[in-house]
Ligand binder design. Sequence first.
Ligand code: ADP
Ligand code: MG
Length: 325
Amino acid sequence: MGLSEFALIDRYFRKCGVRRTDVRVGVGDDAALLEPQAGGELVAAIDTLVAGVHFPHGSPPASIGHRALAVNLSDLAAMGARPSWALLALTLPNVDEAWLSEFAAGFSALAYAHDVALVGGDTTSGPLCVTVQILGHVPRSEGLLRSGARPGDLVFVSGTPGDAAAGLAVEQGRLNAPDEGATYLRKRFLFPAPRMALGERLRSYASACIDVSDGLLGDVGKLAQASGCGVELSYAEVPISDALVQAVGDARARELALTGGDDYELCFTVRPQNVGRLQQDLPPERWGYSLIGVVREAPGAVVMSGGNVMEFSHCGYDHFASSLS
Ligand code: ADP
Ligand code: MG
């Protein structure tokens, strides 16, 4: 390693993200000293991205930095929380300054967008692996849980799931898409936008919430299970982007929206009596969410189309088998 570990941390991570007044001691000492907010609960989440597993080898470093933070921010959004601080454990195969500079820039830009300070971490040598821990706050007892849904609640999802799975396939050369669409889909995988503002606002309306990271159908199933009920989605109501339909057609677009991964959208439930207030205060066209189904007593997550139950393989990856070039 050309650059010493100390110099590397100093150059790329000491001033990464925003400066916050609630950071007494940040990067540089043995540990960070942080001032939690009075009257709130501390919210903590951690996620690891392994090269070749969670992103393709050779991914743009800015995207790796962005995604490592984004996946954690999305978990906080799903809790209705606001992020404050992040820690970064970075395992690098070698010290490549151009790579580090882009990685830090990708991380920092998203940290700035959501007022997050990087307050510490760890740097080691080995196969490329990025772990981020995020800490944030939510007003006491107001955090959104997976377990709050009841039969009769309506089910919503933000954005257009499925785009990221197709974007990854484009990135890996498994899918060809028209130029403009390809750029859009790739961006949806490489630079997901966690729904922080929506998550915070949903505290006043949602009965349960989960972020969609492993595929909408599977994740809404986890929410339903945690709530001790089931969920029925409407195939026709699953929101899909024009770019996705143009790239894979309507049927595969819907299938990807239900079973693809890496969306980082929010799936949430709302009591029927609160839906009017939700839609008035947070207009769906402005906030970008859609009604896709209803919570029911019978366990499991099913997708209905014209009275029939649709079957899905729960695996986004395979959907491109026939598009291999
Ligand atoms: P120690 O040996 O006491 O664990 P380190 O040399 O690992 O100390 O870290 C020194 C300081 O740099 C600590 O404040 C640590 O939190 C911070 N740090 C190390 N790696 C990173 C990183 N990748 N990003 C942000 N801060 C880091
Ligand atoms: Mg250390």
